[in-house]
Every structure is written in structure tokens, then in C-alpha cells.
Design a protein around this ligand. Structure first.
Ligand code: PMP
Length: 446
């Protein structure tokens, strides 16, 4: 199996030669918050699948709901107005859940990239329907990640994810990432950084022409780009600038929705109501590839008041509103609310940040630790003064050391990224910190 994994599966993010010398772990079982690899080694999954197994791997109510749905109605398309009972129930539940954000309609997708693409496409359509068809450009943030489709790649904040796919959507531009550790402003004052980015946003909009810009897309807390937590005033200020210029605000909450930040959603954390929201991942607790792209009143009204536009949008997927996905999402939402997992995420997150800060005191290789709720990053550097990234060998040693010590972490560039299930205990937090401690000792000697 291990050999065929390297030989017959296409792993675009891992070179086959590396995989043969250092085979990635193959997972064969999971229970609670732990996963077991093909060699029988069990670890605490501090990655939570890929930011998505928020409730862990043993939630029977979700598994039963999916099984029952398979027996009742395994599939029917939600296309040109058809639907299924679970999809309608789920739309209702989500709209209740997102009431404070004034979201009114959900469109179901097969994952985060689809949800992002849906919002980007709808944003352009929205302006066309309103007779503002020249508004086609998108603004985003450096370090933002928005999936792998061409639209999502066009707004990706990491040039490495764009360059192989160019030419992308024309006219997209990125503002600096709102972080204190590395920014172009020469200050670590988060409020000052937020103000400076907003000033740049205004400048860039004036330069491009507000009437050429369709939407701004941003993660309320940036995830895959290295867990970057903006100042609390940042997203509200972005909202104001968007309103001032008739630009839609799309919140990419593929990671931050459903409790990860320690609040119910990332937008709620900052008190912002976006015009559209992309979700996926934890919406089904990872058990089914699924997403929901949701729109607010303003966007819905634009379409509904124009009879010619509605029905001719030309956007739909074969697996939109898949009944098994909808059943999984309904059961996930019920469990999420019942356990109020965002509260545990907040409390355990505070403990995790404290533990990581201690590791920074102890290990010179740690340049920065950051995060909120149960999303965290430990940035590894070769030199604290120059902030030069740690070597690939050191980062690899940190992963292996933590794995040997019983915890799976994620490494991305020179960052350790943590996104454990939101149901972890204080003891689990200690396990994570202790294992990373061991990994960092190994990294220092690599
Ligand atoms: N947006 C964000 C913020 C994400 O983190 C991701 C995935 N990591 C995506 C979009 C794309 O989601 P998917 O991988 O399910 O297509």
C-alpha cells in the first residue's frame, strides 16, 4: 500500500521521490480525537483532519443520520428548483444560525473551493443584474487562501499558488496581511497596521476605480497562510470601506465558521455582517464533502427583484444539496449547538496559546506563536533577529519529533499549524504542547 501510494496516487503537494524516502503517514483508523496509521501508531490529531473534524471522529449521531439518509433517499439533484427535505431543513437551520449576520439563502456545494467560486461568480452577477457590469475585479489579502479553482487562485494571497496558473482573473489585487510579526509597515502595533492597510485599500480603490471592483474576499482569521489574527477593528473597517464604495464583502469562513475561533463564526467574532459567506469543512464535521455559500438580503433582493436574472444565472453543481451531505450537516449543526463547542475552543485556545508562549521562551527556533480559539501557529526561524525561516530539515524534524511523541501536527513552510478538534480536553492541550516541545528539541539538532 505504501509503495502504491507513492506510485499510483497523484499527490500534487508531495514529490514521489520524497515520498519513497520519507513516506507520509497512511491513516487507517480514527476514534475520538485520535488517528491510527498503517503501522499501528496512534496519535492525537492536532490538525483535526484538515481544520474540519471539529467534533472528532466518533460522532455516532452524524454517522447514523448519514446512514439513514442513504437508505431513504441516497441522491437526487437540486437543479432548476428541485430539492429534497433535508436540504430545505438545513437551509432553514443555517439561516436561523446566521440570523445575526442577516444571511437569507444558502446554496450548497461540494466543498470550500466550490463555495468560494460560487460567491465570486455571484458577486459579478450581482453587479451585472444591477446594471454595474463593469465591476469585475476582486480585492483580497496577502496570505489569504481561497481554494484551488481559477477564481480562488486569482484571489490567493500566496504568489506560489498563483504563478503556475496564470493568466488568472484580471485586475485582482492583494492588500498586505494584517499581522504583527511580518508586515511592510515596520511596526508591531496591530491597530496601526490595520489602519495602514485600510489606508492602502482606499488608495488602491481610488487607483483602480471603485466602479471596476466587484468584491473584497477575506478570511476573518487567516488560516492556511499561517494563522493570522487581525486587530479587532480590521474587518469592521473593511466592511465600512466596502459599503462606501458599493463593493461586496465576502467572508471566507471555510475554516472559521462553526466554532473554530472560539466564537460561533469568524464574522461574529468581529461583529461584521458580510454580504456573502463561504463555508465548508466542519459543516459536516468532515464526514461528507460539502459546503454552503450563503447570501445576505441585499444580494438576494438584487436577484429577486430582477425576474430576467433569476433562473439564468448558470451556476449549479450535480451534487448541490446532496441529501447525505445535508443530513450530515443537520446532525453536525445539532451536535455543535448542543455541545456549544465554540466555548470549549475559546477556553482550550487560551491554554494552548499559554503553552505555546512557554515553548517560545524555551526554544530559540520559535520566532512567533499566535492564534485564537483552536487555530494556532508556531513560526520556526533560523535566527530570531533576521526572522529567516527555519530550514526544511528542522521543520521536518519538528513534525517527526511530535509524531513520535504521540501528536500529529501540520507543517506548512516554516510554520507548525494547529487546528485540533474543538472537543479536546485540557489534558489533550498538554499532550499537544509536550509533543511539540519534543519536536522543537529535535528541530534544534537537525
Ligand atoms: N477557503 C479557505 C479559507 C480554506 O481554508 C480552504 C481549504 N483549506 C478553502 C477555501 C478550499 O476548501 P476545499 O479544500 O474544501 O476546496
Amino acid at each position: 500500500l505504501k509503495e502504491n501510494n507513492a506510485k499510483h496516487m497523484w499527490h500534487p503537494m508531495a514529490h514521489p521521490a520524497d515520498m519513497r524516502s520519507n513516506p507520509p503517514k497512511m491513516i487507517t483508523g480514527a476514534s475520538g480525537v485520535e488517528i491510527t496509521d498503517i503501522d499501528g501508531h496512534t496519535t492525537l490529531d492536532a490538525v483535526g483532519g484538515l481544520w474540519n473534524a471539529n467534533l472528532g471522529y466518533s460522532v455516532d449521531s452524524i454517522k447514523h443520520a448519514m446512514t439513514e439518509q442513504l437508505m431513504e433517499l441516497p441522491y437526487y439533484s437540486a437543479f432548476r428548483g428541485t430539492s429534497n427535505d433535508k436540504a430545505v431543513e438545513l437551509s432553514y437551520e443555517l439561516m436561523e444560525w446566521f440570523k445575526p449576520e442577516k444571511l437569507v439563502r444558502a446554496f450548497f456545494t461540494s466543498g470550500g473551493s466550490d463555495s468560494v467560486e460560487t460567491c465570486l461568480r455571484l458577486a459579478r452577477q450581482y453587479h451585472k443584474v444591477r446594471g454595474e457590469g463593469e465591476r469585475t475585479k476582486f480585492i483580497s489579502l496577502k496570505k489569504g487562501y481561497h481554494g484551488t479553482h481559477f477564481g480562488g487562485a486569482s484571489v490567493n494571497g500566496n504568489a506560489n499558488f498563483r504563478r503556475n496558473y496564470e493568466p488568472l482573473l484580471p485586475g485582482c489585487f492583494q492588500l498586505p496581511a494584517p499581522w504583527t510579526y511580518r508586515n511592510p509597515f515596520g511596526t508591531d502595533d496591530a491597530q496601526e497596521i490595520a489602519n495602514r492597510i485600510i489606508a492602502l485599500m482606499e488608495e488602491e480603490i481610488a487607483f483602480q476605480g471603485a466602479d471596476t471592483i466587484a468584491a473584497m474576499i477575506m478570511e476573518p482569521v487567516l488560516g492556511a497562510g499561517g494563522v493570522i489574527v487581525p486587530h479587532e477593528t480590521f474587518m469592521p473597517m473593511v466592511r465600512d470601506v466596502c459599503d462606501k464604495h458599493g463593493i461586496l464583502l465576502i467572508a471566507d469562513e471555510v475554516i472559521t465558521a462553526f466554532g473554530r475561533t472560539g466564537d460561533v463564526h469568524g464574522s461574529r467574532l468581529w461583529g461584521v455582517a458580510p454580504d456573502m459567506m463561504c463555508t465548508a469543512k466542519a459543516v459536516t464535521n468532515s464526514y461528507f464533502p460539502f459546503g454552503a455559500a450563503m447570501i445576505g438580503e441585499k444580494v438576494a433582493e438584487a436577484f429577486e427583484s430582477n425576474k430576467d436574472a433569476t433562473g439564468s444565472i448558470g451556476h449549479g453543481y450535480t451534487y448541490s444539496a446532496h441529501p447525505v451531505g445535508c443530513a450530515a450537516a443537520l446532525a453536525t449543526l445539532a451536535e455543535t449547538k448542543k455541545a456549544r463547542v465554540w466555548e470549549n475552543a475559546k477556553d482550550r485556545g487560551i491554554e494552548l496559546q499559554a503553552g505555546l508562549a512557554q515553548l517560545k521562551d524555551k526554544h530559540q527556533i520559535v520566532g512567533d506563536t499566535r492564534g485564537i480559539g483552536l487555530m494556532a501557529a508556531v513560526e520556526l526561524v533560523a535566527d530570531r533577529d533576521t526572522k529567516a525561516p527555519a530550514s526544511k530539515a528542522a521543520v521536518g524534524a519538528a513534525f517527526d519529533g511530535a509524531y513520535e511523541a504521540g501528536v500529529t501536527i501540520r507543517v506548512s513552510g516554516n510554520n507548525i499549524i494547529l487546528s485540533p478538534p474543538l472537543v479536546i480536553t485540557a489534558t489533550d492541550v498538554s499532550r499537544i504542547v509536550d509533543a511539540i516541545d519534543k519536536g522543537l528539541s529535535a528541530a534544534a539538532n537537525a
